[in-house]
Ligand binder design. Sequence first.
Ligand code: GLU
Length: 545
Amino acid sequence: MNYKALAERLLPGDYPELSAYETQYPPRDLPKGAEVTRLAPSPTGFIHLGNLFVAIANERIAHRSGGIMYLRIEDTDLKRKVEGAVEAVKNALRYFDIKFDEGAEIGGDDTYGPWYQRERAEIYRAFVKHLIGEGRAYPCFCTEEELTALREEQTAKKEITGYYGKYAKCRNLSEEEVYRNLDAGKPFVIRLKSMGDPANKIKFHDEIKGDITVTENDQDVVILKSDGIPTYHFAHAIDDHFMRTTLVIRGEEWLASLPIHLELFDALGFQRPRYGHNCSLMKQDGETRRKLSKRKDPELSLEFYRKEGYFARAVKVYMLTLLNSNFEEWYLKNPDAPLEEFKFSASKMSKSGTLFDLDKLNDISKNELSKLSAEEMSAFLKGWAEEYGSDAQRGYFGDEEKMLRVLTLCMGIGGKKRRKDFMTASQAMKFISIFFERTPREDDYRVDRETKNAVIGGFLGAYDPSDDAQAWFAKVKQVAEANGFAAEMKEYKANPENYKGSVADVAEILRIAATGRANTPDLWTIMQILGEEETRARLKDAAKA
Ligand code: GLU
């Protein structure tokens, strides 16, 4: 077979000399040890926790080593492409403060672009043409139906499925047959002519999993589809070579394709990058552990965290806790340090499935939010409300001073112990809603209607907004006594049968009357923030019901 002539027939025209690409994309001028890493999402519109997981690892490794992290968009599969997906990727990663140096829509040095694979068609084709010319790739004319039939035959025989060895029909077509098919205008794909043998095992060092053994590839994988666009495998080899990636941290679902990639790098004469395959995020589901699933687990989507209003640092802290076994200890010692100071390393990453637990994240979130000042909290909530909140919620920020007083109270700022009631922006906004709106009552009174109204009436008669906390409480005690409740806890505990309840029960009635809730921060302060008019109006309303 005249391979050069075949290459010309399949991919006609002049392509640059391959060495020209080496010159165009020279090795990067970086200090020794600097890693070049990347995130390479497909624009499917669904950006998920797994993407963030590897993004954080890649970003930390690149930047800790003085290297580069870039964003490449793997858009070779048009069927999966969704409008606006790249924006969604960018927004999500910006929210979590993943810093790219270069890449799609990032700006920065463009030497190694374009960053969208569809814009790189010429490079891929030039190399495919080269491989055909060398006899390392060939056209395959098999139809979908033939491939399906092949798969069924292999499955029935309990053999490995795919296009390989004796099953690689088009690999052995004669020159005449090939040209006859081409002359007939039959569509074709280009396949790699694999030289591998599954009897051979390759020892491989994975930066995360350590020393592993993989089986040599013998699949004649498609490298160029019939539309002239490469497959993921081929584009990966070309791009990671010419973008000068040194380390590929990616999800472990790609481990199965690793032998293909190793063969491709070798066939192309490229030095391989190092690889680290990151464990999957698992979820405890009853007795079993399973991978987080798009269909069953809303928390897999990064959009979930933004809609709920998770504080980005909290998510990052949790991800780092899962990613590096020594992070938690470091963080306990350095709770306020910039996360960048942690010495992240690929070798400390989990080798097998990591359990993702939303409750754990929620605890971390409460803790992180309890470190904010009222101003920081206000800015965080406002940012969330602007994007995801209701008009009423955006209105909460109309009176900045009131907002700060509310937050100071609700977060226990200045008190003996900071409160940890806030978990996410959406939940915090609901928590503080009682200060800004008359919300429906959430908790029931634990006394009869008559007692409730007598207590509220008694308090309204004595209420003076200029009372300090002590004077205010003295009045609550008076109301207690006047209505058959013990003014002192001690008295109540000694002889509970003599009372309807204690002063605590009276305070609860007033609390529910003013806020609709049985549990709130300090009620005197709440009344101070609400102001006299609103407090009176709410209590009067409550007494009517
Ligand atoms: N486009 C692939 C994905 O979205 C990237 C895999 C890789 O990082 O090499 O999963």
